[in-house]
Structures are given as C-alpha cells and as structure tokens.
Design a protein around this ligand. Sequence first.
Ligand code: GLP
Length: 234
Amino acid sequence: MAIKVEVIEDLSTLYRRATRIIAEQLADGAKTFGLATGGTMLPLYENLRSSNCDFSQCTSFNLDEYVGLEKEHPESYLSFMNNRLFHAKPFKQSYLPDGEAEDVQAEAKRYEALLQKNTLDFQLLGVGENGHIGFNEPGTPFSSETHVVMLTESTRRANARFFNSIHEVPKLAITMGISTIMRAQCILLIAVGEKKRAALEALISGEISEQIPVTCLQKHPNVKVLTDIQLKGV
Ligand code: GLP
C-alpha cells in the first residue's frame, strides 16, 4: 500500500515532524499548497509561524469554506487562515472558496476551474470523525469536483465547539471534491486523538467505500499519515 503511516505518541514531536515535512516540500521546490483548517492544524500553523519557512513565492488553495458566514466572522475559514498563518507567513497568492458569493454553485465551478489550472504539489488534510475530508461527507462520489455541500448533523455538532451553539454552525459549505483532492501530487494527513480512530482504521485497513470518504486515499500513490493513535499492525 502506498500509505506511509507514522505513529508518534508525543504531540509536540508529531507536530515538529509535520512542520519538517512541509519545510522539506518547500526545499524540494513545491510551489502550490493545499491547506486545511480545523483544530488539528492549530499546532502545525503555530510551528510554521515561528519557523523560517518562506511561502512568499508560493500559492495556497484551501480545501473548503462555510457558506453564509461573513468573511470577517472569526470562524470563517478565511479568518482562521489569516489569524493562524497568513498574517505571519504570507503566500504570493492565497485562494479560498468565497462562501459569501451570490451564486455559490457558480463559485464552486469557478474554484474548481482555478484548481484545474493549478496542480497542487502538496495537500494537507485532517479527517472528520465520520471520515470526511474537506467537507466531503459520507456518500460523496469519489468522482466529485468542487461543490456545495449540506453538512451532516455529526459534522455540525463536532464543529459547534468553535461557535456559541450548534445553531450558529452553517448548514452549507463549498468544498474541493474527492477527485479534486486526489489530483494533488502528495498528501499529508494528520489525525490526532481517539475520536479519529475509526476513520483512521478505515483508511489504513478498511474497504474502499464512498461511505467513508477518507478511504479514497488508498488509491493515491503518495500519502503520508501522522497520528498519535496506536494502530494494530502498524
Ligand atoms: C472540519 C474541516 C476539515 C477538518 C475536519 C476535522 O469540518 N472541514 O477540513 O479536517 O473537520 O477537524 P478537526 O481538526 O477540528 O478535528
């Protein structure tokens, strides 16, 4: 299997390793980075902020964005990226889907077209408890491109911790599709905490199924996984 799994129990060691992988990508000439949000990425972006990585000649594309949150809302993914990374480590150009677009379907098409013109050298991924990547919820076709998605109750509940209540969590988002993500040259997935065990086990040793979106990565030739979860047989 092409998936390389590194189990690192100590989280600061795990995040140092993730930081080094990105620094090596830069040193190897990667220019186009797919970026992710979520709690998992916070320590990584903290490390990157104080690293000597220079992204000023690089382009970034984020995986997803909520629909209907103002850009200035602290939990919009644009705010997340500005506050956690971009203010300290600006890229030459950074793209996110526009969740405030009047026509979100057209916006998804526009974002996909941009991504078709720009191959991602590297894609950073987290994973949802239900196995979602980006906001590709269970049942999303592996052939999907960037699209508008209705978030599941479980994803909204998981993300409610960032809002005052679940009622504030948007119901829609724009996300890169599974086939969009799979076009990246190489992928680093970080999964931390027992809550991610089922998704991770499915990725490492489960059957490939659209019901668990992360399992699509079994078909990708260059995936690395960093986790603190002890897995049988790894
Ligand atoms: C969110 C994001 C994903 C992220 C996942 C896990 O809904 N859209 O890109 O990987 O859920 O989030 P966390 O890292 O907070 O567990």
